[in-house]
Design a protein around this ligand. Sequence first.
Ligand code: RBF
Length: 338
Amino acid sequence: MKIKFLLVLAAFATTLGCASKKNGAVSIAVFIPGQMAGSTIYAQLGAGAERAVAEWNNGHKGGTPAHIVIVEAGYNQAEWESKLTILAAGGQYNLIVSSNPSMPYFVSAISEKFPAQQFLLLDAELAGNPNVYTLRYNQHEQAYMAGYLAGLLSEGAPRIGLIAAQEYPVMDNVIKPGYLEGANAAAAEFGFAPFVLDYRIVGNWFDAQKAAELGASMVASGIKAILPISGSANEGAVQAAAEGGAKILWFDSNGYAIRPGVIAGSCALLQEQAVYDKLMLYFEGNLPFGTADVAGLRDGYLRFVDDDPLYIQTVPQAIRDKQASLTSKIKSGALTLD
Ligand code: RBF
């Protein structure tokens, strides 16, 4: 039944696809595995792709015009593969753009069935598929920087907090250990006891009420710094920290303005710029399909935002100096976090 439904939709999409290709435009579909609202990594994906298409069409670089659609697949992960299959089956889009570490799994299977379909995946890694280009961010560096600052802000508290939406390999193997490693590097360097990680799971990427409860319980237990990685549920963690006098480390974008005085660090991915740059390469025929790139602090696309006045107002100079010395060690290569 489900397959039949897919086939009918695929045939319908193919008809549309022929019409679209006759117009001679390069068609881009942005597949958002979730929703853009409240998830800065996805909001940046959509914004950067739209900027690239608009600029390309403005004739800055010339060439075939492009058109773009953004498809929000929603939070039900069980539907992602069929929704993505429909996009690819239609043959309507020259390139499908998406972002998150689980996408290579779906794309590998779909790519076998639709070998003409090309993909650009950010925040993901898949090497060797001639139709797929991926760019992964160095989230070891990103989490370590967050942890180091969490450690500095938590002097005297035995634990630091991490609120994750769900468990996934990059969370379990990179972000979670990297965050604690960073905090404990600060502890070792400045002579306080090693931290214990209080790690809680929301269960989805949108339940701000649940994240608020987890945050409140952390704050009540004496935690002073929390890293929330739970999409639009983050709002609840921010509220709990604000009410309990704790600080939030923000991931993926410059978050200081979200709650001035509460957001005390921003380990930002430059995903808007990354998708823009990679789409421009694609339009010019230079995107190296088959390649998996990694971007860290030294390569751009990842930065600790230390020039925002809200950071300067919120975090004492002595702590900012220590954090600055960490980021310059990573940038210079004196500290490598692969
Ligand atoms: N990040 C978000 O901000 N919002 C989301 O809805 C979201 N959904 C995800 C779903 C899956 C299956 C995975 C593996 C990751 C998801 N991420 C989401 C996390 C995102 O890719 C990234 O790892 C984190 O934002 C930390 O940089």
